[in-house]
Design a protein around this ligand. Structure first.
Ligand SMILES: [Zn+2]
Length: 278
């Protein structure tokens, strides 16, 4: 049960330039890869968006979000003008992006690439981003540090296998071997907090059996991280190359936004990955 809670936490907490960041700590990344997750700490947004809201699509003041994004970028040593974002729709579509797409969705939601929940690139200096508050952020890199990807998987995207679509796209577009892809599954709502209705529980049970479902005090809880992991293993990623964060966004109100806990409106964290320019 609840394997994600037994897993070793692979993300380290750092505060850089006043901005809270979760970065791989115990993982050896290829030297070319930069990846991180934001927290809600260290930004300028107020009210329900306090304070490092990085989502432009949730009703916050755009100028505050851009200031927050700039702070996060500077703390990571990357360039905000080279962020790329898709407009997320809880689907499974994945696009290959490159230098020509730099800046799409970075400063305005209007320029985001339409209807995408996954992005991949093999071009340096292109920062793939996704936004979430409970949904599962997935970051992918190949062991040679030549290609990276990101996916956003709530329950719909998980069942649609958006994570697997990123692996397929990396193989098709860049020749990445699934056996050489590593995946970091970031902070997301955990099975401690994510109670689901019977219909959704049944849909997951049909796919995975009882493993990602936990019954407690008459309610059913879903482990979305574990379900995503299972799909990736079925797709050929070695289990020991999938790293699950143990952190639950709903359990840590001072650290993370949580859609389930805070309701709407609330802010969004970002997951970012890319290849350094040499
Ligand atoms: Zn929790």
């Amino acid at each position: 049960m609840m394997e994600s809670c037994r897993a070793r936490e692979v993300l380290g907490w750092r505060v850089k330039s006043g901005v809270g960041i979760w970065e791989p700590e115990t993982l050896v990344l290829p030297a070319s890869v930069v990846c991180a997750f934001s927290s809600r700490q260290g930004g300028v947004s107020g009210g329900p968006y306090t304070s490092l809201n990085l989502g432009l699509h949730v009703g916050d003041r755009p100028e505050d979000v851009v200031t927050n994004r700039r702070r996060f970028s500077e703390a990571l040593g990357i360039d905000l003008e080279s962020w790329v974002a898709g407009s997320q729709v809880h689907g499974k579509d994945v696009a290959v992006v490159g230098r020509k797409d730099r800046g799409r969705g970075a400063l305005s939601q209007d320029t985001a690439l339409p209807a995408l929940d996954g992005l991949v690139t093999n071009e340096p200096g292109v920062w793939l981003t996704s936004y979430y508050a409970d949904c599962v952020p997935l970051l992918f890199w190949d062991v040679h540090g030549r290609a990276v990807g990101v996916a956003h998987a709530g329950w719909r995207g998980t069942l649609a296998q958006v994570g697997l679509q990123v692996v397929v796209k990396m193989a098709e577009a860049f020749g990445s071997d699934p056996g050489e892809i590593h995946v970091l599954v970031g902070p997301a709502i955990g099975s401690c907090c994510y109670s689901v209705g019977e219909e959704l529980a049944d849909a997951f049970e049909k796919e995975f059996g009882r493993e990602p479902l936990i019954r407690r005090q008459g309610r059913t809880y879903l482990d979305l991280k574990l379900a995503n992991r299972e799909y990736l293993v079925r797709g050929g990623i070695p289990p020991d190359q999938i790293y699950l964060s143990t952190l639950c966004t709903s359990c840590l109100p001072g650290v993370f936004f949580s859609h389930r806990r805070d309701k709407s409106p609330t802010g969004r964290m970002a997951a970012v990955i890319g290849l350094r320019e040499r």
